[in-house]
Design a protein around this ligand. Structure first.
Ligand code: ATP
Length: 365
């Protein structure tokens, strides 16, 4: 069992920066957990605290039920890959990858076999005899990753381990890591600022802001029901439409149109209340004939997304984006109606950016 339990965790750097600000979090044994958030929100500090590379200034950390808050990194049974790869410059890739196994006293033939197998999975098979200085940044990063995963610790801690890889290698490494983690069932905490990576890889994820967690959930929950405009605007390959709106009796007035209030939210709003109307471009279709509940506008920009296109419309008071299928791209200047799938519409309070009807309290596990 290697669950990770953080209670009231705090890290204040000299000078008063509270990088981790009273954080409670439980990561289950065998879970793949992503920490996501904008630059400076405290992701790396949190990960380094779990690793024991930072001394926390408050709270506790337990791994597998053992309090490790004051223990050095070496005895926490974790493997880490950070942005700086820290490979041994005088060793070949094979020896670097096999090094932790050597420390564990695994025999030479066996550790070389494991190193080669892992390196192969990360497309490093042809580079085993090179030294780090003879590798590109992306190759060094994969070698560091291979070194971490070749031995099987209780916990993996990854800080942007794929950040230096090009798009194709990144996808390959993503699949490799996910499969490996699933097969080995090793508890994994993965820091990324790439929301697509967090959505694709994690069992659950936390979105952080200023040293705190704003939302925890499965990728589906966080993508489908962000509990604040902060999370809503952070998640999704295409940005969520967020448009100022006002409650008008039993409807919401948004960009010159009245749309129904989602049934679950009706009890939580009052007439005249200022809201933010939110819907993803992917859940909005474009009609070129008038639709009562559609938001009318003019097609301004069309961006090709490979399969389909992202269409930006000028609507009263701002812009609104919808996606259209390949071959259904409208001409710029066309009048159109953006029609949202009613069950995908979310409303946020403009006063504090929180989802209407959601708990105000932080959702923690
Ligand atoms: P990024 O995505 O840019 O790596 P992050 O979310 O990982 O950012 P951290 O590196 O954890 O953020 O930093 C959190 C906050 O702590 C930031 O405001 C940062 O400036 C501050 N900070 C980090 N390291 C130190 C330090 N050694 N001394 C003082 N402040 C620090």
């Amino acid at each position: 069992m290697a669950d990770i339990e953080l209670r009231g965790l705090e890290k204040e750097y000299p000078g008063g920066v509270r990088a981790v600000d009273g954080l409670d979090l439980t990561i289950a044994d065998g879970e793949f957990f992503a920490l996501l958030g904008p630059s400076g929100c405290g992701k790396t500090t949190l990960l380094r605290s779990i690793a024991g590379l930072e001394t926390v200034t408050g709270g506790s950390i337990a791994i597998g039920g053992r309090d490790v808050t004051r223990l050095p990194p070496g005895v926490r049974d974790i493997a880490m890959v950070f942005q700086d790869y820290a490979l041994f410059p005088h060793m070949t890739v094979r020896d670097n990858v096999a090094y932790p196994l050597r420390i564990q006293k695994v025999g030479k033939a066996e550790r070389h076999r494991k190193a080669e197998e892992t390196a192969e999975g990360l497309s490093l098979g042809h580079l085993l005899d090179r030294r780090p200085g003879q590798l590109s940044g992306g190759q060094q990063q994969r070698a560091a990753l291979a070194r971490a995963v070749a031995c099987h610790p209780s916990v993996f801690l990854f800080d942007e381990p794929l950040s230096n890889l090009d798009a194709r290698l990144r996808l390959e490494a993503r699949t490799f890591l996910k499969r490996l983690q699933r097969d080995l069932g090793i508890t994994t905490v993965f820091v990324t600022h790439d929301q697509a990576e967090a959505l694709a890889m994690s069992d659950r994820m936390a979105v952080m802001d200023a040293g705190r967690i704003r939302q925890i959930g499965t990728p589906k929950e966080v993508f489908g029901r962000p509990t604040s405009t902060f999370v809503a605007s952070f998640i999704g390959s295409t940005p969520m439409n967020l448009i100022d709106a006002v409650v008008d009796h039993d409807t919401v007035a948004v960009a010159g149109t009245r749309v129904p209030i989602p049934a679950a939210m009706t009890p939580h709003v009052s007439d005249g209340e200022e809201l933010v109307y939110a819907v993803r471009p992917e859940y909005t279709r474009l009609s070129t004939t008038a639709v009562d509940t559609g938001i009318e506008g003019t097609v301004a920009i069309i961006e090709n997304m490979g399969v389909g296109a992202l269409v930006t419309m000028e609507v009263p008071g701002g812009l609104l984006q919808v996606t259209v299928a390949e071959g259904a791209e409208p001409e710029p200047g066309t009048r159109g109606w953006a029609v949202a799938a009613p069950d995908r519409v979310l409303l946020y309070r403009r006063s504090d950016g929180e989802l209407v009807g959601s708990e105000r309290a932080l959702v923690t596990a």
